[in-house]
Design a protein around this ligand. Structure first.
Ligand code: FE
Length: 413
């Protein structure tokens, strides 16, 4: 037995942490597999890049970031006392904090988050059952701890309501917050067709909602209708079916993962699912959902009637526009930013992550977020530009019955 303690390695593309002690049994790495012993053709279970894109990980402390910042060229821009205000406590918000701190240990940073801003790996929500992860224990670091470690003023459970560019003020449910620079990292939200009433359907775009869904499902097998067989819907169907739930997966398209050619994605997936309790209904739209006692009745436009204990909508994402429009920011199906700097149409306001579009294209993947944060941190710090280059990365489909790495496709929806 080796005396060297087990270490963690982080995927630069998606932030997945590989822990040597745990390995990744699903992809063939037994617990205790050292990083050095991972085969070269192994793919990150979340995003599909290889071992070469991982490096040793230790959560950066403020002291470490200070030391790193001191070694860099001095930050040229003078920061007003208001500093940088970030809206959004998800991955994009925290990546933004780390990128800013890596350049400047002292600039005041305020993070405004509608939730507790706990740090977790969102892609794991798609594979939590298969990996035996307890939804209540998926938080990697609480928002409070991360804020302390990175010297951030955290306004948790606080909603950003309106931006007043003239006075450089963000109006929030806890009062006004002044900013010198504002970064919008609030992400997107589930897009619900009008036939899916919000009060009857689950949307699992963040950990809190996912935890509630899992609690509602409990351990006994349930009937679950999932509407939308894109990446999220297909991964969730796969995972909940592995947990014993009986899944009916609906989509307007005739095969799952319809963004990719059916012979490469949808059909092999359906073949892989033959042993699982998943029924796929393609070419189908939901006409209505109504509550019947403790259950739901779903009627499709072609007249099929389904009953379910729970209904989940995985029908795509839409960027909320209220905050951007309050500052009259340019809008193109998302907050329009220029790729060079990720500035919005207001030079003091940047944006990154799921809420932006570059040349009209959204990119709702994990991989670009860290690069976007570095671009913005360089621009805010007045350092040499680090232009953001949109690129199409491979997409890892985390359907554990048939994990696939597909060529990424940019999408706007
Ligand atoms: Fe990754």
């Amino acid at each position: 037995m080796s005396a060297i303690p087990y270490r963690q390695y982080i995927c630069h593309a998606c932030g997945y942490l590989y822990d040597e002690a745990l390995g990744d049994p699903e992809s063939g790495l037994m617990a205790g597999t050292r990083y050095e012993d991972i085969p070269n053709d192994w793919a990150c279970p979340l995003c599909g890049v290889t071992r070469a894109d991982f490096s040793l990980y230790e959560a950066p402390s403020l002291d470490a970031l200070r030391a790193q910042a001191a070694g860099d060229a001095p930050v040229k821009a003078r920061h007003g006392a208001a500093g940088v205000v970030i809206v959004g406590g998800g991955r994009a918000g925290w990546q933004m904090v780390e990128a800013l701190r890596a350049r400047d240990a002292h600039v005041p940073i305020t993070l405004v988050s509608a939730c507790g801003a706990d740090v977790y790996d969102k892609p794991l929500l798609s594979v939590a059952v298969a990996r035996g992860l307890d939804p209540a224990r998926m938080v990697r670091e609480t928002g409070t701890d991360a804020a302390r470690r990175l010297s951030v003023r955290l306004l948790a459970h606080t909603r950003a309501v309106r931006i007043c560019p003239d006075t450089r003020t963000l109006r929030t449910t806890r009062g006004p917050v002044r900013y010198d620079r504002l970064v919008l990292a609030h992400g997107a939200q589930a897009a619900l067709p009008p036939t899916l009433p919000a009060r009857h359907v689950w949307r699992v775009n963040h950990l809190g909602a996912y935890q509630k869904l899992r609690a509602a499902l409990g351990d006994a097998p349930k009937d679950v209708v999932i509407v939308g067989a894109g990446l999220v819907g297909s991964e969730l169907a796969n995972d909940l079916a592995l947990g014993g739930h009986r899944i009916t997966l609906l989509d307007t398209q005739t095969s799952p993962l319809a963004r990719w050619p059916s012979d490469q994605a949808g059909q092999p997936l359906l073949d892989a699912w033959k042993a699982l309790p998943i029924t796929f209904l393609g070419g189908v739209q939901v006409a209505s959902v109504e509550k019947l006692g403790l259950r739901y009745r779903i009627i499709t436009t072609s007249g099929q009637v389904l009953e379910a204990d729970q209904v989940v909508a995985a029908t795509g994402l839409v960027t909320p526009s209220r905050l951007a429009s309050s500052a009259a920011l340019a809008w193109e199906q998302g907050i329009a930013v220029e790729a060079e700097t990720l500035r919005t149409s207001d030079a003091r306001i940047h944006a990154l992550g799921d809420c932006i579009t570059v040349n009209g294209q959204a990119s709702r993947f994990i991989e670009p977020i860290a690069r976007q944060a570095r671009t913005i941190a360089a621009d805010i710090g007045g350092a040499a530009p680090v232009p953001y280059v949109p690129k199409v990365a491979p997409v890892r489909v985390k359907t554990s019955s048939l994990p696939m790495t597909l060529q990424g496709i940019a999408f706007t929806g």
